[in-house]
Design a protein around this ligand. Structure first.
Ligand code: MLT
Length: 231
């Protein structure tokens, strides 16, 4: 089993994703919020790149809910923003179309992989367990921040890689493992994206997103329909 990693989703253009599991990680906040929504009973999540696509999908099916952000704030006309704390039993049994700046974009960019799963700090150990059981080559895809590297997503990827034993590890995955080993979890709130959220008064979101291994669940995207559900 080989473990590879892209520091930004744009690097996926140079990777052969065939036969691999792509693990998309957006700690602040998409993959954390998506997990919260599915754990609150949402029936499925469908990611899109552009706000207009989400609006068009709802025009065709008014039962769909819309979630996501632009500049960390709820998109006007959407039902939810991107805070994991918003997803309560209001979403039970409902399908959600989701659009964010970084996270949903990274999921669409990983589409050539055999399988795409979504991980976060909350589900890091669960994601590692899932990958160990599947025994397939994987590529960790930190979603980053506006196309650039992000510390918290890379830390989470490195933490997952450190749980996987007996694998061949690429240089980039090795680097992420060093970051996870030497940078403290509690200092991730000082990362750029953490600072943006704290500046907007979203300290509760930051704390929720940093709760390492607090969920036993992993999100998996159905390769045929594109809908994401708990694995
Ligand atoms: C994203 O996917 O772009 C992020 O989750 C942004 C945010 O913090 O809401």
């Amino acid at each position: 089993m080989q473990i590879d990693l892209t520091f930004t989703p744009a690097e996926l253009a140079y990777c052969d994703l065939r036969g691999k599991i792509a693990v998309v990680i957006d700690v602040f906040r998409f993959t954390t919020a998506a997990l919260a929504a599915l754990e609150a009973g949402a029936a499925g999540i469908y990611v899109v790149k552009e706000v207009e696509e989400a609006i068009e999908l709802r025009a065709k099916d008014p039962r769909l809910l819309l979630a996501g952000e632009r500049r960390a704030l709820k998109v006007p006309g959407f039902d939810f923003g991107n805070s994991p704390l918003e997803f309560t039993n209001r979403v039970q049994g409902r399908r959600i179309v989701w659009c964010t700046t970084n996270g949903t974009n990274a999921v669409t960019m990983a589409a050539a992989a055999d399988e795409v799963i979504l991980a976060s700090l909350r589900s890091a150990a669960a994601a590692a367990e899932y990958l160990s059981a599947r025994k397939k080559d994987c590529i960790l895809v930190p979603a980053g921040l506006r196309g650039r590297y992000s510390l918290e997503d890379t830390w989470c990827a490195g933490y997952i890689a450190r749980q996987l034993e007996g694998c061949a590890v690429s240089d980039s995955a090795q680097t992420a493992m060093c970051i996870a080993e030497h940078w403290s979890l509690r200092d991730l709130s000082a990362a750029q994206h953490g600072q943006v959220l704290l500046g907007l008064g979203m300290a509760a979101d930051v704390e929720y997103c940093l709760a390492l291994n607090s969920s036993p669940n992993v999100i998996r995207q159905d390769p045929l329909s594109g809908w994401c559900t708990l694995a």
